[in-house]
Design a binder for this molecule. Structure first.
Ligand code: GLY
Length: 384
């Protein structure tokens, strides 16, 4: 059996695993990432909204603090990553417009606006006419909306590609195989055994396996992350040159109780998302899912029916019991988590990389990440 030893072994090469690996390598750690296809994962499906303000939910004010901290870091983070890799990340400071289609939506959006203001967030109420002046493709029935100029977007596929390049340039070793089993030696995480039989020994292990994080064999039951998959189906359209600019910012709404958003990229891609379904590890794209997305998006922006449909895809959000991530040391020495990011993985990428690199170096989380310790879900005390 072959073997390799690193300071840090990261299980999972999605954007969260890669940013952790990159940031850890910049701190001087030798790092290995175990993943058969690094750079894929849920980011391949995600729309890439950086929506700290428009995705604010009641009861999630603690998460809001982390979301805002990450949004604030995005300009420098994106500039550094673009500089290191020479790649365009599709980072677009375009803002977001959340609109209402009927009286109920309008009341809901008014409540959200009040909550945003109480939370000290910048958003502006617009009449239906003002919304259409901003985005002429909006349906005539739009009754009002919230203009949030601070909620931007990035292309998650480009982000993943750039993080992969940054990792390679920083000397991160990519081991292209599943981590099959956590190896625990004398009550301490000591590495993993990969599906190809390689023993990947490490001083510290970061479990960043997205919705699969709770399934790694060998992780003692009390520290297994309580994450579950929440399916999201997404449709991609293309805006031909002659229709540009179709939308100049992200447009979103809640239609019949479901979130729908349209994210226009500079390269002409228009991402419409997303369903939210609790169906285990099923990633089937269904006629019903695509129908609902197109129906709801069509109510907001009727002109989408003219656009070529270029892709349909489903992915799995890793969701924790309180919808917030699990970051940092666990009850098992040497094992850290970076998972459970649910709807905010792309947004939380910069702050997660920083928090995990800090935790790997100092043994504890930085202040802004402390509320997200996995220990908040500890079910019983070790020893295991
Ligand atoms: N953040 C958007 C989604 O998860 O659908």
């Amino acid at each position: 059996m072959s073997s390799r030893t690193s300071d840090v072994l990261v299980v999972g090469g999605g954007i969260i695993g890669l940013v952790t690996a990159w940031r850890a390598a910049l701190r001087g750690f030798s790092v290995t990432v175990a993943d058969p296809e690094p750079g894929r994962g849920a980011a391949r499906v995600a729309a890439g909204m950086l929506a700290a303000v428009t995705e604010l939910h009641y009861g999630e004010q603690t998460l809001l603090g982390l979301n805002l901290a990450s949004a604030e870091r995005y300009p420098d983070f994106a500039a550094e990553l673009a500089d290191v890799t020479g790649q365009d990340l599709g980072y677009r400071r375009c803002g977001t417009l959340a609109v209402a289609l009927d009286a109920d939506d309008r009341a809901h959006l008014r409540d959200l606006h009040a909550l945003q203001r109480r939370s000290g967030l910048a958003s502006e109420w617009l009449s239906g006419r003002e919304c259409r002046r901003l985005e002429p493709m909006l349906a005539p029935g739009v009754r009002g909306g919230l203009r949030v100029d601070g909620d931007h977007q990035i292309d998650p596929r480009r982000l993943a590609r750039a993080l992969l390049t940054a990792c390679e340039r920083a000397g991160v070793v990519l081991h292209r195989s599943w981590a099959e089993r956590l190896d625990v030696v004398r009550d301490r995480a000591a590495g993993v055994t990969a599906a190809d039989g390689t023993a990947l020994a490490a001083g510290q292990v970061v479990l960043a396996g997205g919705s699969l994080s709770g399934r790694l064999a060998g992780v003692p039951e009390p520290v297994l992350p309580p994450v579950r998959p929440v399916k999201g189906q997404v449709v991609r359209l293309t805006v031909p040159e002659r229709y540009a600019p179709f939308l100049s910012r992200t447009v979103r709404a809640v239609v019949r109780g479901s979130h729908v958003y349209l994210v226009p990229r500079e390269n002409g891609e228009l991402v419409i998302g997303a369903t939210s379904e609790e169906l285990g590890w099923d990633t089937t794209v269904t006629a019903g899912g695509v129908y609902e997305l197109l129906r709801d998006a069509h109510e907001l922006v009727p002109g989408i029916t003219e656009l070529p449909l270029t892709e349909t895809l489903a992915g799995l959000r890793p969701c924790s019991p309180d919808n917030a991530p699990l970051l940092g040391p666990t009850g098992l020495d040497g094992l850290l988590l970076a998972t459970g990011h649910h709807r905010n993985g792309v947004l939380l990428t910069p702050v997660t990389g920083d928090a995990l690199a800090h935790a790997l170096a100092c043994g504890e989380l930085p202040d802004e990440a402390r509320p997200f310790t996995p220990l908040r879900f500890s079910r019983s005390e070790l020893p295991v």
